[in-house]
Design a protein around this ligand. Structure first.
Ligand code: FAD
Ligand code: NAG
Ligand code: NAG
Ligand code: NAG
Ligand code: NAG
Ligand code: NAG
Length: 427
């Protein structure tokens, strides 16, 4: 997914041919928890196992080789790739099993009301969405079709549905995992509650190797979807003020039930060039949804005052355009709106969680911060993927290891911190 972590081998360019450099020396194609255990236990000489928490890497117990867990390879920090190491590949642990509730936890009498789905840790978003949609249900899942549930859930897991239901880690009822000591465990609120707490948000490959996850499912919501654009001339002196104003509205939009993704750009070729319209655009391009409604008026009630303020403050120089479409299910919406970014890039992404104070208290400071972040690549992703449902979530067992910043944030921003400027490796 990210070329820099495999040392730019195997690029579709003659100068960067395929070679083993940049890849693990051996890969365990795990299709059972026992395969994972064999990988962890590898060898005969008994070195003490240890976990390098800081580098987030496990070490195969008996040969002291660097051990890495790979599911899909989407990790933004390359933590699923270890040149020369031993890789446990969980891609084929991809079963999907739906349960009509209540769901009885392993090893105790607790039964949890509501339907659920147990997925192998290699199951990918689109496959889980399709499987649950057959029951008119969905999970809280992400915007990329091929993101694997393993890394997603252990990282917290944000979603366009999260502002209503909580993060993906808040939906977990039970997990199956293999510990660094080679034990195959089923963890839940009553059984190994410490591991159950830690793995839900504590990071991938930190506390062990997951093999299966049981998640709560929800009746699939109807979605009223809207493309919302506030655009102006890229050279407008007030560009960052207008962007900061739009961002300052996100907490109240979130409180009103909107969630979604925005792409903020300082310069983009106009996708629909026409006479009298600038050839390049700058501003906020958003995709928002309102759940469980078909009422276009309720959507306009949220967006209209924002447009009015924009028209008043920049007297017609910022155009606000919307187009709205209803969807009968989450999957129907996803088919039209999933993340279509191509694989194979070399940026290093950073992110910031922004709470109400950061967004509302000081527009000039926010405008400066946005300009600073966008100075590197000219773009910023700002996602309304947190909100009431995340703030008030009640994960099983009372809490989990999700970054507490999520519990007060509204917006997750994301941008490349460092653009590699190596012309010879562009393709
Ligand atoms: C196109 C794209 C869209 C995305 N959209 C979203 C989104 O909408 N919401 C969101 O929250 N995130 C999103 N992400 C981020 C994504 O959730 C993380 O990159 C996640 O870590 C990917 O998990 P993975 O298992 O697919 O990838 P991998 O790179 O294989 O693994 C990620 C991490 O988890 C570890 N890991 C993998 N499998 C296991 C396992 N079985 N047991 C223990 N540890 C394991 C790996 O060692 C690594 O540290 C997106 C990423 C991409 C590239
Ligand atoms: C990465 O590639 C460069 C050449 O492009 C090479 O010099 C270096 O040794 C490689 N690193 C690894 C870890 O293979
Ligand atoms: C990995 O295992 C799966 C399931 O047995 C199999 O279908 C697949 O071909 C294997 N892949 C490789 C590269 O061996
Ligand atoms: C899903 O919803 C559709 C439309 O309401 C209905 O026809 C179908 O029977 C439902 N399927 C299930 C499995 O409930
Ligand atoms: C925003 O307001 C302007 C001026 O009143 C109007 O022309 C435009 O259609 C409005 N846009 C939306 C999406 O309501
Ligand atoms: C890589 O990222 C840059 C900057 O975000 C973008 O312009 C380019 O299209 C991306 N390339 C691919 C292959 O996704």
């Amino acid at each position: 997914m990210w070329d820099q972590f495999t040392n730019d081998t195997c690029l579709p360019k003659e100068e960067f041919p395929c070679s083993a450099r940049g890849y693990p020396a051996y890969v365990v194609n795990a299709t059972t928890p026992e395969h994972v255990k064999l990988g962890i236990d590898f060898g005969e000489r008994a070195f003490a196992f240890y976990i390098k928490v800081l580098t987030n890497s496990l070490v195969a117990r008996t040969h002291d080789v660097r051990l890495v867990v790979k599911n899909t390879g989407h990790d933004y920090m390359g933590r699923s790739i270890a040149p020369g190491g031993l890789s446990i590949w969980t891609h084929h642990l991809n079963s999907i099993r739906h349960h009509v509730g209540p769901f009885k936890l392993d090893g105790c009498d607790t039964s949890i009301p509501g339907n659920a789905v147990t997925v192998g840790v290699g199951a990918q978003m689109y496959d889980i969405y399709s499987a649950t949609d057959a029951f008119n249900e969905t999970i809280v899942g992400g915007g990329g079709k091929s993101v694997g549930i393993g890394g997603y859930v252990t990282g917290g897991g944000h979603s366009i549905l999260a502002p209503r239901f909580g993060l993906a880690a808040d939906q977990v009822l039970q997990m199956e995992m293999v510990t660094p000591a080679g034990k195959i465990l089923t963890v839940n609120e009553n059984q190994h509650p410490d591991l159950f707490w830690a793995v839900r948000g504590g990071g991938g490959s930190t506390f062990g190797v997951l093999t299966a996850v049981t998640l709560k499912t929800y009746p699939t919501p109807k979605l009223l979807s809207t493309a919302w654009m506030a655009i102006t001339d890229p050279d407008a002196s007030f560009l960052y003020d207008a962007i900061a104003y739009a961002l300052s509205q996100f907490p109240s939009m979130g409180d009103a039930g909107l969630s979604g993704y925005t792409y903020i750009t300082s310069r983009l070729p106009n996708p629909v060039p026409s006479p009298g319209v600038p050839e390049e655009l700058a501003g906020v391009l958003g995709q928002f949804v309102l759940q469980e409604t078909e009422d276009v008026q309720s959507l306009q009630n949220i967006l209209k005052p924002i447009n009015q303020t924009i028209q008043e403050r920049w007297s017609g120089a910022v155009q606000v355009i919307t187009s709205t479409k209803p969807y009968s299910s989450f999957l129907a919406w996803f088919e039209d709106h999933y993340d279509q970014g191509t694989a194979g890039n070399s940026s290093y992404l950073v992110s910031r969680l922004l709470d109400r104070h950061a967004l509302e208290s000081d527009e000039a400071t926010l405008a400066n911060a946005v300009q600073e972040a966008m100075s590197i690549s000219g773009a910023l992703g700002a996602y309304i993927v947190s909100g009431k449902g995340v703030h008030n979530a009640s994960p099983r067992g009372g809490s989990n290891a999700v970054n507490p910043g999520w519990r007060t944030s509204y917006v997750h921003t994301r941008f490349p911190a460092l653009q590699r400027n190596r012309k010879d490796r562009d393709y």
